[in-house]
Design a protein around this ligand. Structure first.
Ligand SMILES: [Fe+2]
Ligand SMILES: [Fe+2]
Length: 364
């Protein structure tokens, strides 16, 4: 099988490896204290809920030729744009394959970012219970990279990490303060990812694409809970000035993700005018609807960890997302778990029907 990177329409700017210099202290903890009950509970759950992507997912399933994930047309940012609507069926299929492949590529690339960040947290965070939990997240993230890579191979197209995502990950990795890794990765990137995964889990008619996202989400909601637990205990100990700095960073990260996560690489690759595509995305309300809904999972966490000063409240009001502060995160997390279990049950049922049918076949 060809390397995934051979399918990039243009090479990643750094070549095959990206090196980010580090300047922070690695922390050992000699106390071995018992740890917070909630954190240890999450750690225990992290261990018990491990799964194997190879066996839990039925990889014999294929994607759709015209619309890989079988998503509604309105989830394509340029649907309704005159130039797109005038295309032939084959051309439209190519646009869908590239856009969806770009999105899954960002999931896969972002998951590698999460893998590296979780490992950084293990080495950098002072509390031993957080080190324990983060170590379970490391293996979760490796499994997510693997799952999205396998899904992406079925698209026949893949994209390098999009520059705004890379910019944020670079910033977070270079920062020597341990909580900034959490803030950038566990709160902003994972919060955003959860909402994006949910759009596919809930709207894709393709069973493989839906299942991959459902299973990854089951783990991700634990990761967001981890960030929330660790930061909720830490931020009240900081000064207002230090909290303001975090709020400023958060707001900039949210703007970066909302305004620049616009698939410009796809439009360029397909020979479309990126400026016209962006104009359409704004005018058609796509940004308003889809981009804003990506913040459902971030805003309530930001409020919960105590970064809810005037800077963030004003910023979120301007972005039109402050209403998400009231989202019931607990209920969403419970639903993420139940839905993943439903996918398991469906697969077991299909298998049992196939087994029974095979048993009834007359012996040859
Ligand atoms: Fe992940
Ligand atoms: Fe994660």
């Amino acid at each position: 099988m060809p390397k995934l990177a051979d399918r990039y329409p243009f090479p990643a700017p750094e070549g095959s490896h990206w090196s980010v210099p580090q300047d922070f202290d690695v922390e050992f903890n000699w106390d071995y204290d018992e740890g917070r009950a909630t954190m240890m509970g999450l750690y225990r759950k992290g261990i018990e809920m491990q799964w194997n992507a190879e066996t839990r997912i039925d990889w014999s399933q294929e994607l759709d030729e015209d619309n890989p994930e079988q998503l509604p047309e309105e989830m394509l940012p340029i649907s309704g744009m005159a130039q797109y609507e005038a295309m032939s069926r084959a051309e439209k299929a190519k646009v869908r394959r590239h856009f969806q492949g770009w999105q899954i590529s960002q999931f896969m690339q972002g998951e590698q970012g999460a893998l590296i960040c979780a490992a950084k947290i293990v080495t950098q965070v002072p509390d031993i219970d957080s080190k324990f939990y983060a170590s379970t997240q490391v293996i979760d993230e490796a499994r997510h990279v693997e799952s999205y890579k396998r899904l992406l191979e079925k698209f026949g197209v893949a994209y390098p990490m999009t520059p705004p995502l890379q910019e944020l990950i670079d910033q977070v990795l270079r920062d020597s303060r341990w909580d900034m890794t959490y803030l950038g990765m566990q709160v902003v990137i994972e919060g955003l990812a959860l909402a994006a995964f949910q759009q596919i889990r809930d709207h894709a008619q393709n069973p493989l694409a839906a299942a991959v996202n459902a299973y990854v989400m089951q783990d991700e909601s634990r990761h967001v809970a981890f960030g929330r637990l660790a930061l909720r205990d830490y931020y009240p100990q900081l000064t207002q000035k230090e909290r303001d700095e975090r709020e400023q960073f958060l707001l900039e990260a949210c703007y970066l993700m909302r305004d620049r996560f616009d698939a410009v690489e796809v439009w360029k690759t397909l020979g479309l005018d990126p400026a016209k595509c962006a104009e359409h995305m704004y005018d058609s309300g796509f940004m308003e609807m889809f981009r804003s809904s990506l913040f459902t999972r971030i805003v309530p966490i930001v409020k919960d960890i105590g970064l809810w000063g005037p800077i963030i409240r004003k910023g979120y009001e301007e972005m039109g997302i402050i209403g998400f502060a009231e989202t019931d995160v607990q209920a969403l997390q419970e639903a993420d778990d139940t839905i993943a279990k439903d996918f398991d049950a469906r697969r077991a049922y299909v298998q049992s029907v196939a087994d029974r049918a095979a048993a009834m076949e007359p012996a040859q």
